[in-house]
Design a protein around this ligand. Structure first.
Ligand code: WT7
Length: 665
């Protein structure tokens, strides 16, 4: 943390301070909900913290175990072990268990592709039987490539059923997957396969996004020019674009699957065996490989899915849709691992929200009769901007519950979601959590909690979330503080892959004895927690996490750049946008063409989401006497063009004057 309790977040922060509207659970909803009163919530929450062995022991028994655990929890700060000695398999719980229970013919995944031909999108329904057969076959393919229990396999794929099949097949054989979001660049792939020592990549020729082909295989080829750790590349045919196939390294998915046996029992995994690595941005230039293990992660994502989305497999109409990409933690936990063990069908959509038109999501909701819908504030703000007419064209009466995740939701967006999408009838769950937490930490329970627009309200069972001072004492009502988690929870990260010290420094050193989330928050007089945004050098662009240092090092890797400073600034749709200040090397001309080139360069180094919204040339970057970039000043400048804040630690007062003179944003 470089600047205390300042926030890099968007516009939500100010407006939530005033919010007083309250929305108790709709009566019709509460009566049928798993948790239907605040008393029930409070009693269960108390029990989950006071007697975690009993609480989590009972809940874990709702999943399938090859062997029961001997103890629920072992806690040696900062290391937690859950369900010690227990043996299970994540794929078994997602797939085989439903087949065993005679539900093999029930739909597990409803998939819709992006392209529309003759007025119809491509739709595929996969049953649990289908998933068992396909994951078994692909598990055998992985084995034939030499993949063994404990190995890491990289997936860089579009949102197609084969992505779900590949990840579940990894779990089936006990290999950890490392999924890279399809929007990331070749250099991002290179960094991640090297960090994970991943010898196998599963990809596709391309993926559809807003009518265009994302050249996934090409990006993999470019990445593999820069590294030689990868021995095998499996390519799924999706878009039929021309791709290069390198003999001895590259094979087609369909050719390998053709000959594969559909018999492959699930590997018995220890509770604490690695299930996956997922890279996320931190405060340095290098992304962190967050590690999640099998037992605790499966129990926690299963239970949060059940209670937060109030899933009812016995209801034949139940259809859950999370609009995230599986390449993010939201997709891991709440498209696949938490939802499938609940035996409720999960919808996967391949493409963009505005293709072919701005009503695509509502068209999907209407055609498939989605009952539970989970999306991000940035998407809601885009829908607001696109206009109500796109929503009004569709019958959304199948919807029963709405969810949001990724960043603080501004109350105006919450109200619009409530009114326009939920017809004032659906409860909204605003879920605060992180890649590191694995599952929801703060969230209303839809049948119990009174929602307040802009607040993620209360901790989930087992979550001991508090707002504290730096010394760990709780702040008073409505005072700002740091968001911490004081006790271990089942799906907490087990570390950063290959970097023990960074795990300790990042999460366990800021506030003694507690997990520090990197967010600021306050708790109101009713006990609701309001997350105000990151307090570290991480920015949240459209609900996606980026390190300012990551964008800075991408800029500095360009031959014309001497130095760069990056800050988050309020952005109407993205929540937070990116402003970059760039100092050029001697002799370089600050032209518009170079500005464009630098923005494109960041896209190439990291991915399109990291492209700066503003880029200014500056003769110097303001720093403190100890050499830290004064981001607060830059933020003020990028937002308002003025600097009013305290500048007493500025190393060179002149820099600010020069920055203002050079404003080319
Ligand atoms: C950061 C985690 C968890 C999946 C999506 C992002 C912010 C997330 C909320 C929310 C306020 C939120 C936090 C957090 N965040 N959800 N409901 N209200 N802030 O996962 O990339 O790991 O980012 O997203 O700042 O620390 P992530």
């Amino acid at each position: 943390m470089s600047e205390g309790k300042s926030t890099t977040g968007g516009g939500a922060v100010e407006s939530v301070q005033q919010e007083t509207r309250k929305f108790p659970p709709p009566a019709g909803f509460a009566s049928g909900a798993h948790i239907n009163s605040m008393e029930q919530y409070e009693q269960m929450h108390r029990e989950s913290l006071e007697d975690p062995d009993k609480f989590w022991g009972e809940k874990a028994a709702e999943l399938h175990w090859f062997k029961k655990w001997s103890r629920v929890l072992e806690w040696n700060l900062p290391d937690a072990k859950w369900f010690i000695g227990g043996k299970l398999n994540a794929c078994y719980n997602c797939v085989d268990r439903q087949v065993d229970a005679g539900q093999g013919d029930k739909t597990a995944i409803v998939w819709e592709g992006e392209p529309i031909e003759n007025g119809q999108p491509e739709v595929r329904n996969l049953t649990y039987n289908d998933l068992k057969r396909e994951t078994s076959k692909f598990a055998n393919v992985l084995k034939s490539l030499g993949v063994k229990k404990g190995d890491r396999v990289t997936l860089y794929m579009p949102m197609v059923p084969e992505l779900a099949i590949a990840m579940l097949a990894c779990a089936r054989v006990g290999a950890a997957h490392s999924i890279i979001f399809g929007g990331f660049s070749a250099s991002a792939i290179k960094d991640r396969v090297e960090d994970a020592h991943s010898k196998v990549i599963i990809t596709a020729d391309g993926g559809w996004r807003r009518g265009k082909i994302v050249p996934l295989k090409q990006n993999v080829d470019d990445a593999l020019e820069m590294t030689d750790v990868v021995e095998n590349v499996v390519t799924l045919k999706r878009t039929d674009n021309e791709v290069a196939m390198k003999a001895g390294r590259d094979q087609w998915w369909h050719e390998l699957m053709d000959g594969a046996s559909d018999d492959c029992p699930c590997e018995e995994m220890d509770s604490e065996d690695l299930l996956f690595i997922l890279y996320t941005s931190g405060t340095t230039g290098k992304p962190k490989g967050i590690m999640h293990t099998t037992g605790g992660y499966m129990v926690y994502t299963y239970l949060t899915s059940k209670y937060v989305f109030d899933l009812h497999p016995e209801n034949e109409d139940e259809l859950y849709w999370c609009t995230a990409d599986i390449g993010w933690i939201t997709g891991h936990s709440y498209i696949i691992y938490g939802i499938l063990p609940n035996a409720v069908p999960t919808l996967m959509y391949e493409g963009g929200p505005n293709f072919p038109a701005e009503d695509r999501f509502w068209d999907i909701v209407e055609r498939h009769k989605v009952t539970k819908f989970y999306t991000a504030p940035t998407a809601i703000r885009a829908f607001m901007k696109w206009g109500e007419e796109h929503v009004k064209k569709h019958d959304l009466s199948s919807l029963q519950l709405l969810g949001t995740v990724g960043e603080p939701i501004n109350p105006e967006a919450w109200m619009w979601y409530h009114r326009m999408i939920g017809s004032e009838r659906c409860p909204i769950v605003d879920t605060w959590w992180q890649t590191e937490t694995g599952g929801h930490m703060l969230t209303p329970l839809p049948g119990a909690t009174t929602a307040v627009p802009g607040s993620a309200t209360r901790p989930f069972f087992g979550a001991d979330v508090a707002v504290v001072e730096k010394d760990g004492t709780e702040v008073g009502p409505n005072e700002s503080g740091l968001l911490v988690i004081r006790k271990p929870w089942p799906s907490m990260l087990r570390g950063i892959y290959g970097d023990r010290q960074r795990f300790i420094d990042t999460y366990w050193s800021e506030i003694e004895g507690f997990y520090f989330a990197g967010d600021g928050a306050r708790k109101d007089g009713d006990g609701n927690i309001w997350v105000t945004g990151r307090v570290d050098d991480v920015i949240n662009v459209s609900g996606h996490r980026l390190g300012t240092a990551e964008v800075e090092s991408a800029l500095v890797s360009h031959p014309s750049v001497a130095e760069a400073a990056v800050v988050g600034i309020p952005h109407e749709i993205k929540g937070t946008g990116i402003a970059a200040f760039v100092t050029l090397k001697g002799g370089q001309e600050p032209t518009d063409a170079l500005k464009k080139e630098l923005i494109a360069h960041v896209g190439k180094e990291i991915g399109a989401i990291a492209k700066p919204d503003q880029l200014r040339f500056a003769e110097g970057v303001p720093k403190t006497r100890s050499g830290k970039i004064m981001r607060r000043l830059l933020r003020e400048l990028a937002t308002s063009g003025e600097v009013k804040g305290d500048t007493t630690t500025l190393e060179d007062f002149n820099v600010i004057a020069k920055l203002k003179g050079k404003d080319e944003g």
